[in-house]
Design a binder for this molecule. Structure first.
Ligand code: ATP
Ligand code: SF4
Ligand code: MG
Length: 350
């Protein structure tokens, strides 16, 4: 598979200002060293507790926010070997000049706030096209009407305001705006969470259809594990500004190897009671990203913590092809889970 993005040691710190002079007193370490490859045509899911840095990851990758440190290598189509640009370090104007801006887009959770209530739909969808100076006049009108039809709306929706639509329709408009510039990569940040359950499936199916028809690559951020199981090919799990496990979605659901992932997945109802541990409730709160714990960031809540975890930070290492986890005890996890929770696991795939 060809890479589209190669993310290396990505950090995003938000300064906390204090005192009379409003000087920087500390940093919120929202992303604290992320390494991630994203492949063309895949849907990569990103899950983790609230505040772990999922949205920040998406915003940093498409350069809505400038990373504090790190590299985001973008590979143009048919160029699998040399990255065309480092989005992490280039200025916004340089990114625009190289024509990469329109290739990376984002759809936000709540279409009520992400669409300007004072703008007509035709202008909302035309905005990114105008910013690119790619179309105008009749060609622009035709393109906007075409986009409305692609996302399942009709041409007569063209002259309406966002409040005249249902939540599901508004999210379709947000999707139309995101695909207007023929992007290659879209961050979908909880695109169905604000919607009624009855329309969630419609939007998911629209996203799947668009991915297939337009050859899109997705980073799909969600809290909803069953949604991500349905839509994503691979899944990355985040905890406190770091990726702690990544694998093909089927492998990760069958045999999670990081204790945080095991706890996260234990909350999903499963028909297979033999392989179901019952819910593992983690003790304690998520530590502050201003002062993350030394060693393994998960050690204050981990049921399998040992002395080494308090001082030595585990790195994301391969366990099986395509399956990586950041845990000192990853190789013993089947036994640890079985002894502690009486959970019979499917075992290492042959
Ligand atoms: N603009 C900002 N300024 C300061 N801190 C921020 C900013 N944006 C996010 N943060 C902080 O960075 C951390 C990560 O936030 P982020 O929004 O990425 O989390 P998230 O995983 O998307 O959470 P949720 O699931 O609730 O959407 C949080 O501690 C948050 O308070
Ligand atoms: S490194 Fe230690 S504390 Fe961290 S997840 Fe593994 S066992 Fe738990
Ligand atoms: Mg978020």
């Amino acid at each position: 598979m060809q890479k589209i993005l190669e993310i290396k040691d990505l950090k995003k710190y938000y300064p906390i200002l204090g005192g009379v002079l409003q000087r920087k007193v500390a940093d919120v370490k929202a992303l604290d060293g992320i390494d991630l490859d994203i492949f063309r045509g895949e849907c990569l899911g990103l899950v983790g507790e609230s505040g772990c840095g999922k949205t920040t990851t998406g915003k940093a990758i498409i350069r809505l926010h400038r990373p504090t440190q790190g590299h985001i290598h973008y590979y143009a189509p048919k160029n699998a070997t040399d990255p065309s640009a480092d989005i992490g370090t280039l200025s916004k104007s340089a990114i625009k000049k190289l024509g990469i801006r329109g290739k990376l887009q984002m759809v936000f959770q709540d279409p009520t706030t992400s669409l300007n209530p004072r703008m007509l739909i035709k202008n909302i969808i035309a905005e990114p096209l105008k910013a690119q100076n790619s179309l105008n006049g009749r060609a622009l009108t035709d393109r906007v009407r075409e986009l409305l039809e692609i996302v399942g709306l009709t041409r007569d929706h063209y002259l309406r305001y966002p409040h005249e639509f249902s939540g599901g329709q508004r999210q379709r408009i947000a999707v139309a705006r995101a695909i207007a510039t023929n992007p290659e990569f879209i961050v979908l940040d909880e695109p169905t969470s604000a919607l009624d359950v009855s329309v969630q499936a419609q939007i998911l199916n629209l996203l799947i259809r668009l991915q297939q028809n337009l050859g899109l690559t997705y980073l799909f951020v969600t809290h909803h594990l069953l949604v991500v199981k349905y839509i994503s090919h691979r899944l990355a799990v985040m905890y406190l500004g770091k990726i702690v496990e990544i694998a093909r979605t089927t492998d990760l659901f069958a045999r999670p190897l990081h204790p945080y992932t095991i706890a996260l997945l234990s909350g999903i109802p499963a028909p297979d009671v033999e392989h179901k541990p019952g819910r593992i409730v983690l003790s304690g709160d998520v530590p502050s990203p201003v002062n993350p714990p030394a060693g393994c960031r998960f050690h204050s809540r981990c049921p399998f913590v040992i002395d080494r975890c308090l001082t030595e930070e585990p790195v994301l290492e391969s366990i099986e092809p395509g399956h990586r986890a950041a845990c000192h005890r990853r190789h013993d996890m089947d036994k640890l889970v079985s002894d502690r929770f009486g959970l019979k696991r499917p075992g290492k795939p042959s």
